[in-house]
Design a protein around this ligand. Structure first.
Ligand code: CUA
Length: 387
């Protein structure tokens, strides 16, 4: 009996009808304060304030000044340039459209009721007749939302299967992206290229469709690959291979970021995708495939580099350095940023980075090597030749 007396809302409503509240009690429950206006204001405020897309855009565009390129674009999901991203924009507008209609209907009824049925001076404060149980109303508010959810589900599922069902074309570029705490390893198995934090791909335009298929793997924890203008988020999971594909229509720079909390530097795990015009991509690939420059004038620095523990984590192809724990440095200076986007790749920043990586990226797994000032200078001078 206890449960029956507290659980159904209707129980109270029925008892209220039989036992009218006194005038003073009714007023003290807030009836005279027109709570409806507060609710409408709150809903409007939330609708304006909680705009996750706007917040993500601001967060990522805050990293834009790190780049020296003028073509930095805001990673806005409503400004797609690749088929999966176009699909996500379309389904987003569809969902937002339906939600907007629901919002207008609910808010409209609410505002109408608050104004039309407000308390007017001189009216008695009796409750209106209480209604309990209406099959029509209950059916309406059950069936209509179920139908809406079903439509949203079908539309979303259609897009998801459409995107995931695509098989690689023979001319597709294959790239393996490995998530690390806290950087991206980028491997082109067919081209023999290994780089980091910058994914270079050819444009896929009307002339020739050249999609890029990405195989996603993790070296440690769960990360998430996300370049909003190119494709949806895809988790990067240890011991599991996931795939995404992109076919960027317009050359340019597209910024992305790890989208799954993966440790203290999760926010410092940025990614740049450079979409090249066709010929330019081939030239980039040729340059990246080459062994490291062997500049005779920096032999001292190279010797020092190879005699420190640097080489147990980093590879410089064409030298004894063949570590794989950290980013491949063979063409370090061809990249625009250091530490997966935390600083631009300038000589001063490179020096500061090697001297004490933790200053630029607190929590980074690369240790400070405690180098003397002279050794640091020599190693930096050597690394600056790795173009
Ligand atoms: Cu990797 Cu968050």
């Amino acid at each position: 009996m206890y449960i029956a007396s507290v659980s159904p809302l209707g129980d109270r409503m029925v008892s209220d009808t039989t036992r009218r509240l006194g005038e003073g009690q009714w007023a003290s429950t807030g009836g005279a304060h027109r709570p409806g206006f507060g609710i409408v204001a709150l809903v409007l405020l939330l609708a304006i304030r909680i705009s996750p897309i706007a917040q993500v855009s601001t967060a990522i565009s805050a990293t834009a000044p790190l780049s020296n390129e003028a073509s930095v674009q805001t990673p806005n999901i409503f400004d797609p340039t690749s088929t999966p991203a176009f699909a996500i924009r379309d389904v987003s507008w569809f969902v937002l459209g339906i939600c907007a209609v629901i919002f207008v209907v609910v808010a409209g009824l609410l505002i109408y009721s608050v104004i039309r049925f407000r308390h007017r001076p001189g009216e008695d404060r009796d409750e209106p007749p209480q209604v309990y149980g209406s099959n029509q109303i209950e059916l309406a508010w059950t069936v209509v939302p179920v139908l809406i959810v079903f439509i949203l589900f079908l539309a979303t599922a259609r897009y998801i299967f459409g995107i995931e069902g695509l098989q690689p074309t023979p001319n597709a570029l294959q790239v393996t992206v490995v998530g690390h705490q806290w950087w991206w390893e980028i491997r082109y198995p067919d081209l023999g290229i290994v780089t980091a934090n910058e994914l270079h791909v050819p444009v896929s335009d009307q002339e020739e469709v050249t999609p890029t298929f990405l195989t996603l793997q993790s070296a440690d924890v769960i990360h998430s690959f996300w370049v909003p203008q190119l494709a949806g988020k895809m988790d990067v999971i240890p011991n599991k291979t996931n795939r995404v594909w992109i076919d960027p229509r317009t050359p340019g720079l597209y910024v992305g970021q790890c989208a799954e909390f993966c440790g203290v530097q999760h926010a410092g795990m940025l990614l740049r995708v450079i979409v090249h015009p066709k010929g330019e991509f081939a030239a980039w690939a040729v340059a990246q495939k080459a062994l490291a420059v062997d500049d005779l004038t920096v032999r001292g620095g190279r010797g020092l580099f190879e005699s420190t523990a640097c080489i147990s984590c980093h590879t410089v192809r064409g030298t004894p350095a063949n570590g794989i724990f950290g980013p491949d440095l063979t063409h370090l200076m061809s990249r625009a940023t250091l530490g997966a986007g935390v600083a631009s790749n300038t000589p001063e920043n490179l020096r500061a980075w090697i001297n004490h990586p933790d200053t630029l990226k607190p929590g980074v797994l690369m240790p400070a090597m405690q180098l003397s000032r002279a050794d640091l200078d020599q190693i930096v001078t050597y690394l600056l030749t790795l173009r």
